[in-house]
Design a protein around this ligand. Structure first.
Ligand code: ACO
Length: 370
């Protein structure tokens, strides 16, 4: 018994930007980007919101629209849980999952977001599976309106909104998109067999992105308790000072963008991914020989090649979808999984590993039987 994937879909924004087009912004070229990363183009959400992308992927996974892979169409009221993995929700409140719940009319679903950067989807799948297993075992019974028998897990990002388009070290890497799966508790089939999640402190701040809350404010009373307002005679000076700071910051480097020490992340990623694969196999009492394929986070094709070498498997053992997507953070694993289903690569009974790493540092793997 276990949580089985019964639907999977993805969605990409309409605008596709080729490597060469980035030359208009930074000193780069197609050859550098393609050989160092495997990326040839990426999709950028100019008009689509996070909720638009998530909704389109979810509709395909639910069998409401064509082009997804589904065992059967799911009714809206059959979904008991909706988890959205994202770092780029359109608004802070409601959550991205809350927005999707409304749009999809999932009246019974408990809905919340998971932020584990690029590992978010693997974390979200694990949380969903754990809630479904606990519900089936009667440990938590009906946490929501119903026992948790079916879950929609969505990975969705508009990472290009957090991209510094004048930094060639990062702007060539990222793209937008969404992927979704429907999980169903099955008393007969194995479904998700094992999970492994781990967090390591990113001690050198190799991967960071400030939040909007970090932006300077003209009325920031740093060091002054809100209960002790600035005396009226000093207030104007204070406001002038704060406005000057704000203007200087606005004129400089954009604040709310991803900053990354690429080589440091590369080193972490390769070690984390191979460790996660070994650990999830160990705790599932399986070996790599039992596994049909690995669907990894799509951050850089060279990272996947390195993992292939370490795991002693050819590159085609891995689903590689990065060519036309770039790194879409939490959306990358479910989008690559949707490609694997759509191409017929995954058949019922196959064992598959999903693995990811990301900011935090987070990493992990999920092993499931299709
Ligand atoms: N075009 C041309 N040249 C470039 C570009 C570019 N877009 N970017 C960097 N360069 C230059 C550098 O300036 C450097 O030049 P120098 O030698 O004169 O100083 C040279 O290319 C080599 O730079 P490196 O950073 O050493 O290149 P590397 O081979 O390590 O590749 C990359 C960089 C692609 C970023 C790689 O380190 C990587 O993929 N790291 C992991 C990134 C990752 O996985 N991030 C996602 C994790 S989580 C998340 O998604 C949020």
């Amino acid at each position: 018994m276990g949580s089985t994937i019964i639907g999977c879909g993805k969605s990409l924004p309409a605008l596709e930007v080729e490597n060469d087009e980035l030359q208009a912004l930074v000193d780069t070229n197609d050859e550098w980007i393609a050989t160092r990363t495997g990326i040839r183009s990426r999709h950028i959400a100019l008009t689509e919101s996070n909720a638009d992308l998530g909704e389109a992927a979810a509709r395909r996974a639910l069998g409401w629209e064509p082009s997804g892979w589904t065992q059967r169409a799911i009714e809206a009221d059959e979904i008991d849980l909706l988890i959205c993995a994202t770092v780029t929700s359109d608004v802070v409140v409601p959550s991205a999952a809350g927005m999707l719940k409304r749009r999809l009319g999932l009246g019974n679903a408990i809905a919340f977001d998971v932020n584990a950067a690029c590992s978010g989807f693997v974390y979200g799948m694990t949380v969903a599976e754990t809630m479904m297993a606990a519900s089936a075992a009667g440990t938590v019974g009906a946490v929501g309106r119903n026992p948790v028998r079916r879950a929609l897990v969505v990975g969705v990002e508009r990472l290009t909104r957090l991209t510094n388009w004048f930094d060639r070290n990062t702007c060539v890497l990222f793209g937008d998109g969404a992927g979704a799966v429907v999980l169903e508790w099955d008393e007969e089939r194995a479904g998700i067999i094992g999970s492994y999640l781990v967090n390591e402190d990113d001690v050198t701040n190799a991967l960071t992105c400030p939040s909007a809350f970090d932006a300077p404010q003209p009325f920031d009373r740093s060091g002054v308790s809100l209960a002790e307002p600035i005396p009226v005679d000093r207030a104007q000076d204070r406001i002038d000072e704060e406005l000057a700071t704000l203007e200087s910051v606005q004129a400089g480097e954009p604040r709310q963008v991803l900053r990354m020490d690429g080589p440091r992340v590369f080193k972490f990623a390769t070690a984390a991914m191979t460790e996660a694969v070994h650990r999830v196999l160990d705790r599932s009492n399986l070996t790599l020989d039992d596994v049909k394929c690995i669907v990894p986070h799509q951050a850089n094709e060279r990272i996947i090649k390195y993992a292939a070498k370490k795991l002693n498997r050819p590159l085609d053992f891995f689903q590689v979808s990065i060519g036309d997507t770039g790194n879409s953070s939490a959306a990358s694993v479910p989008m690559a999984l949707a490609d694997a289903y759509a191409s017929g690569r995954i058949k019922q009974g196959d064992k598959v590993i999903l693995t990811a790493f990301g900011g935090g540092f987070t990493s992990g793997a999920v092993l499931f039987e299709a």
